[in-house]
Design a protein around this ligand. Sequence first.
Ligand code: SF4
Ligand code: SF4
Ligand SMILES: [Zn+2]
Length: 472
Amino acid sequence: MAKTRDYLFYDTAVSICTTCFKRVDAKIVFEDGKVFMLKRCPEHGFERVLMADDVDYYRRCREVFLKPPEMPDHYNTPVKYGCPYDCGLCPDHEQHSCLTLLEICDACNLSCPICYANSGTHRTTYKPLDQIERMLNAIVSNEIEPDVVQISGGEPTIHPQFFEVLDAAKKRPIKHLMVNTNGIRIATEEGFAERLATYMPEFELYLQFDSLRRDPLMQLRGADLRHIREKALEKLNRLNVSTTLVVTVERGVNDDEMGAIVDFALKQKCVRGVTFQPVQQAGRLQGYDSAAHRLTLSEVRRRILEQTSVFKPEDLIPVPCHPDSLAMAYAMKLGGKVVPLTGMIEPDVLINGGRNTIVYEKDETIRNHIFKLFATNHSPAAQAMTLRELLCCLPQVLAPKSLGYDNLFRILIVAFIDAQSFDLRSIKKTCVHIAHPDGKRLIPFDTYNMFYRDDLEKERLEPLREKVMAAI
Ligand code: SF4
Ligand code: SF4
Ligand SMILES: [Zn+2]
């Protein structure tokens, strides 16, 4: 009898070695209902990385959720050394910046063990305002009207010119401005939340919120931040400042409380959703035992579905611009009731606005509105407007006149790509980018952490580029 493999060979891939970061050949295989990447570096040997624990979902992301990419207005770097050594964005990239991060300082008032930016109290750099303005100009020049810009750090709220940065961003045609924060200043400083509230609407806080329990917070953040989160939310609820709770998820630490966090979030007036981010292999995390700590997107999705009764599998779907890394579920909060929306949509509608699918009572108008709702890129304000139009078409849902962004609730899973899970096919589709401090480039967030942050470009990337040139 002929010998057979114990796995199913699905595809080839290009990855990188997690030791020397050189490009290496890889295979994608299915084994025991899971997806693995097998790769081998001539110098550092063989690696086997879990990519997903759900073959069907993985295949759906790759084979069904294929959308023509939207492009930036122009590119910033030429194609020279090959991907991912040319970021960016170089003309080979396959998606514009749906969300752009703008890091304004390295300094932070926490020193979290899991910090991908390696920020903390030991770092004291704050970018000057003129440099920040140049970085903002780079974003606007690429995107013309950027969908979402997220001010980040370090901890951006401790930048001495934080409000001037917000003013500079607000002056530009940015559809939705977000601030990524650990909430300490909001909780502890009198009048700070009130001042933030003056930037509403089209303004949102991305509030770090990893757990309702002490132990996971100690493990992830090195501090019991429960009272800080409570205090911050109390103020934000009172002022109704749009807030997304951001949960960094680590296997065996807080992956059993995702459902509880969703239930908690649904009760908060100011909370528009929860974003789950599995820990990434970067910054202080280098050298972590990844098999023990890393969670793939499909594992996070599975746990959310197991732990909450609000969303069904058909509600938590791939985001078409970058399905490997992003999954979403949208719902409406209506007078204590939660109505999931995403399950009503056939993928074809989401991807093409297709005509031959049946969506919710076959009503053309509803279908068009649903398509519009999810075709407005990632601008939540635009989505809220379309949501209002959509609800007028659903007679069985009594839509209050005041319906708006307040009623929208979304779950997002954002699984950044690290050296382990690096797949060249996927990296080209990333749509979360970061403004480089040089004010000239926008770099995929994933490659930024592997090759472009701080001294990495000089120390890690330049030697690799030299090898590419020497081989020619
Ligand atoms: S990741 Fe994108 S921007 Fe970077 S080199 Fe590859 S194609 Fe170009
Ligand atoms: S993860 Fe955030 S809060 Fe923690 S040290 Fe890094 S920048 Fe500061
Ligand atoms: Zn190697």
